[in-house]
Design a protein around this ligand. Structure first.
Ligand SMILES: Cc1cc2nc3c(=O)[nH]c(=O)nc-3n(C[C@H](O)[C@H](O)[C@H](O)COP(=O)(O)O)c2cc1C
Length: 223
């Protein structure tokens, strides 16, 4: 099949787009309003966009408390979502009154961040403390006259918390942490030791004309 996105003539019951660009990591974003109300919500339009400087992006599909709070305070924290915390993560997506903290709604403990004011999810294995760089409004599509309601939030990661329990041999153990990621529809996947594998990057010969692959676990070299 093939469909044109401006016509959306896929003929399927549900738009497949988000199921195709998957799995997407879940940024579990905590913020404070200008009145110091705590907010927490999961965002799967979330990813790292640079590691020098470390930067992340979140996309909000309409005006939401997270976007407003980040614009007002310039700060946010992205805790990692895990299988063990999946129900709390899901509960924190409920659209409740701004005065209600999703930490309380999902009975989650918070912990102080070090470089920014919003707290992190205490039981999450890692959290990125971020400062806003820019909010970019997503433009309307190429053949579409309707304005987009999406906004792209780009932030610098100024501090990184890692629970030492999830460091094995100096590496962050995503499988031990049990990270989850969003697929299409209401589906998720779960990182486990059984479903992870390593690939060594190709070794290119000196003349640059051929390359070979080294099978087995990572040899510890970035190429
Ligand atoms: C796993 C998951 C991923 C989500 N990803 C996004 C996203 O990328 N962008 C978005 O606008 N909403 C996303 N949502 C919905 C928001 O979490 C939801 O609208 C939430 O109420 C927003 O809260 P806020 O108004 O406090 O920011 C997601 C929900 C779930 C459960």
């Amino acid at each position: 099949m093939f469909y044109e996105t401006n016509v959306n003539n896929h003929g399927l019951e549900h738009d497949p787009f988000k199921a195709l660009v998957a799995p997407r990591p879940v940024g579990w974003v905590s913020t404070l309003s200008k009145n110091n109300e705590v907010n927490l919500a999961p965002y799967s339009y979330f990813n790292a966009v640079s590691d020098a400087p470390p930067m992340v992006m979140i996309s909000s599909n309409q005006r939401k408390d997270t976007l407003t709070n980040i614009e007002e305070t310039g700060e946010f924290v992205c805790s990692l979502a895990t299988y063990r915390l999946r129900d709390a993560m899901n509960m924190s997506s409920a659209v409740v009154d701004k005065s209600i903290s999703e930490f309380d709604l999902a009975t989650l403990a918070s912990a102080d961040s070090q470089l920014v004011a919003p707290p992190r999810v205490a039981d999450s294995p890692a959290a990125l403390e971020c400062k806003l760089w820019k909010v970019l409004p997503i433009p309307k599509g190429l053949s579409d006259d309707r304005a987009s309601k999406h906004n792209l939030i780009l932030g610098f990661v100024v501090g990184v918390y890692i629970n030492d329990e999830y460091l094995s041999g100096g590496l962050f153990d995503s499988a031990k942490a049990g990270l989850i990621a969003r697929m299409g529809y209401m589906d998720y996947c779960h990182v486990t030791p059984e479903n992870t594998f390593s690939l060594n990057r190709p070794k290119v010969t000196e003349d640059g004309r051929s390359a070979s692959l080294t099978p087995g676990p990572w040899d510890g070299k970035y190429r």
